[in-house]
Design a protein around this ligand. Structure first.
Ligand code: SF4
Length: 335
């Protein structure tokens, strides 16, 4: 059926003193119902801004959507007024961030805050909301939820705080949860617990998850599909199995080589992200790409090309364009 979220040619810009930053520059992908899609990329890739554009959370410096469509359940969110969009946010679309502190008010007990979130969006009695809140805390794995209901945010550890923030996000039974680096600030063992929690909740709450991360290990853990971003553009996207088994874009391959146990493990990608104000012509990755040819350095980013005729797995690279030779990229080096 129809995907829950369909982003087409999204362009988000920031007006800065140094000039116009095209943070997201023609990004397209879908999130199906009940699916977990990961956007992966380095900082500066535009992955966070993509997530923030969906509910227009764009923070400083002043950003705006300059083009494209964000169709959520049949409605183009880019055309909604701020008020309608605000009611959608926190109701049908919820966010979880790297720092759970931001989602929680230090002055109130966590239980009180979840009850408020429920009552803000639903006409239920205080008692019913309270029961739901305790149940939510229990479902996100807070031990002794009834007692902890009365605790303040500072009384929870980092991992437990993130669980509470997730309970807040789920208070309204959202259709889409956008989680931006939700585990990055946590210890490794806690990271894994939070990831498997998100995985469980995604099924339990029958929601779609858009997970934004710099960590391909996280992607392997939870994603159904993956979108690889670089310098505001999508380099490759496809089913997680296909992308990990047949990484086709040189950037994806380089990212995978940096994963422990793949390629030479400790690899890192040479060079730096291009300037977001004055990005290179042609393929944005060309200054760092070992497979670059003249055609990569002129014109626009190459179009999305199907990998092995599979329209669900596409890559933006000249070697995959009609008449090109993908084996140039594929047959050299690891993995
Ligand atoms: Fe490398 Fe050229 Fe492909 Fe870009 S288009 S990834 S520079 S080979």
């Amino acid at each position: 059926g129809e995907p829950l979220l369909s982003i087409r040619d999204l362009r988000t810009v920031f007006h800065t003193d140094d000039g116009l930053v095209r943070a997201v520059d023609g990004v397209s992908f879908d999130v199906g119902r009940g699916e977990t899609v990961c956007i992966v990329g380095e900082s500066g890739s535009g992955k966070t801004v993509t997530g923030e554009s969906i509910t227009r959370l764009l923070r400083t410096p002043p950003g705006e959507i300059a083009g494209g469509e964000i169709v959520f359940d049949g409605r183009d969110l880019t055309t909604l007024d701020d008020e309608t969009l605000r009611s959608l946010r926190g109701d049908r679309i919820a966010h979880v961030f790297q720092n759970p502190q931001g989602a929680l008010n230090p002055v109130y007990t966590v239980g009180w805050q979840i009850v408020e979130a429920i009552q803000l969006h639903e006409d239920v009695t205080r008692e019913a909301a309270r029961e739901r809140a305790v149940d939510l805390l229990d479902r996100v794995g807070i031990p002794e939820a009834t007692r902890r209901f009365e605790d303040y945010p500072h009384e929870f550890s980092g991992g437990m705080k993130q669980r509470v923030a997730i309970a807040m996000a789920l208070a309204t039974n959202p259709d889409l949860l956008i989680a931006d680096e939700p585990t990055t600030a946590l210890d490794v063992t806690i990271q894994n617990q939070i990831l498997s929690l998100l995985d469980d909740l995604q099924t339990e709450f029958d929601m779609s998850v858009l997970l934004i991360t710099h960590d391909l290990g996280v992607v392997a853990e939870v994603a159904d599909r993956v979108v690889v971003m670089y310098a505001g553009k999508v380099m490759e996207r496809g089913g997680v199995f296909d992308v990990f088994e047949r990484p086709s874009h040189p950037y994806t391959r380089a990212l995978l080589d940096c994963l422990p146990g793949r390629g030479d493990g400790a690899a890192s990608i040479g060079g730096r992200l291009p300037s977001p104000i004055d990005p290179p012509a042609g393929c944005r990755f060309h200054p760092r790409c070992e497979y670059a040819v003249d055609a990569c350095r002129e014109g626009e980013q190459p179009p999305d090309c199907a990998v092995d005729g599979d329209d669900d797995h596409v890559v933006s690279c000249v070697h995959y364009e009609p008449g090109g030779d993908p084996s140039v990229v594929r047959d050299r080096g690891s993995p």
